[in-house]
Write a protein that binds this ligand. Structure first.
Ligand code: V47
Ligand code: SF4
Length: 368
């Protein structure tokens, strides 16, 4: 083997650590980012993925529900939101939500992903009712709802603590929080791309509060805009530190930036390259040794790169993702949704065993 494939010298030591199951450090992650030996990164991350999950790759039959695009934050990377009163702004009434929930019943959905903007017109009561209706109409469907940013907005609106808001949402049926709103924790980057958004420390504190209440959560990294590679690595290390303390994260989801129709389009012309996508997934899998799952979010990667990502450390292809608006508003060229059978085929033809899951990674079905 050595004659046909000489491992990049700097990677030798890291490969030794991976083989021994040792934790990688910041310098290792930077070395991995500097390396262009993509296949070595794929090999190392696939070793780690297989240790945890063998040949299994998860997916969900899921649906997105974007209850409103009205948002007072105006993040510069977001093409989905509208200021209050701006043309194109919408908010779904609870009756309109209910009609959508009845339509989802037909589709065999097992995960519902509910997010929107920071809409001053909507109070905690709206979300409690929304979750209760979803519980009633879709029993057995796991409810992944409201990012840390939305939870913080509700807490401030009502003068409640984060724990009080989360407890009330849990009581109404919330199962877990999605990972959105994390972006890049570095204050320098937040100032450039989302100056009004909660800080990285606040995002982490809200996830810690959820974990303490027994609400599992996901985590994201928005990459491919104005951040440095070191800032990406520090973001991953902050997530790993919190996971060491709480163990409450289920999944890490890297999100590839789509610039079209956003205020950053003048500065960032293209989505990240496929090379960067695969490197980022592989490095996340290697660094986040305490995260059970790493998702390849096909909506942002496109189904082709997402399928290849299954050989670069990802163990989850996310889902059917019906009615996704955030990435498609920013020019995503991926399909509007994928059928269950298409996901099964993408996983199978990559050589893995498809496992249908719900939002909490309970197995719904195996043996396709
Ligand atoms: O918070 C916004 C990002 C997130 C753009 O937890 C953009 O299972 C790329 O968090 N280009 C929402 N990204 C999506 C999200 C998510 C998706 C799938 C699964 C899970 C999960 C979470 O999308 C936002 C923001 O970070 N985003 N605009 C854009 N133009
Ligand atoms: Fe609002 Fe979220 Fe868009 Fe930021 S990313 S503008 S918080 S909807």
């Amino acid at each position: 083997m050595a004659e046909i494939w000489q491992l990049d010298g700097a990677l030798q030591e890291i490969a030794g650590k991976v083989a021994a199951g040792e934790r990688l450090d910041r310098e290792d992650a930077l070395t991995l980012y500097r390396s262009n030996d993509l296949l070595a990164l794929g090999y190392l991350s696939a070793v780690v993925k297989k240790r945890r999950h063998g040949e299994r790759v998860y997916f969900a039959v899921n649906h997105h529900l974007n209850y409103s695009n009205v948002c007072v934050n105006g993040c510069r990377f977001c093409a989905f939101s509208r200021a209050p009163g701006e043309a194109g702004a919408y908010t779904l009434s609870l009756d309109a939500v209910e009609a959508k929930l009845f339509r989802m019943k037909e589709l065999g959905v097992r995960e519902l992903h509910i997010v929107g903007g920071l809409n001053p017109e909507l109070d905690l009561g709206y979300f409690e009712k929304l979750l209760r209706r979803a519980r009633e109409i879709l029993p057995g469907v796991t409810l992944k709802a409201l990012t840390a940013v939305e939870v913080d907005f509700l807490a401030r609106r009502h003068g409640l603590s984060i724990t009080e808001v989360l407890s009330r949402l849990k009581e109404a049926g919330l199962d877990c929080l999605p990972g959105g709103g994390a972006e890049v924790f570095a204050p320098r980057v937040r100032e450039l791309i989302c100056p009004r958004k909660i800080s990285g420390d606040k995002w982490l504190a809200i996830h810690a509060a959820a974990h303490r209440l027994g609400i599992p959560t996901n985590a994201t990294l928005l990459y491919g805009h104005l951040e440095t590679v070191a800032e990406r690595v520090d973001h991953l290390l902050a997530l790993r530190r919190l996971q060491d303390e709480t163990g409450g994260f289920l999944s890490f989801v890297p999100l590839a930036f789509h610039p079209r129709n956003t205020a950053l389009a003048g500065q960032v012309k293209e989505c990240p390259t496929g090379f960067d996508d695969l490197k980022t997934i592989a490095i996340a899998r290697l660094l986040l040794d305490n995260f059970p799952h790493v998702k390849a979010y096909w909506v942002m990667l496109g189904p082709k790169i997402a399928q290849i990502a299954l050989h670069f450390g990802a163990d989850d292809l996310e889902g059917t993702v019906v009615e996704e608006k955030i990435t498609h508003s920013a020019g995503a060229e991926s399909p509007e949704w994928l059928a269950r059978q298409e996901l099964v085929e993408l996983i199978r033809t990559a050589g893995y065993v498809p496992v249908e899951r719900d939002a909490l990674y309970n197995t719904v079905r195996e043996g396709f």
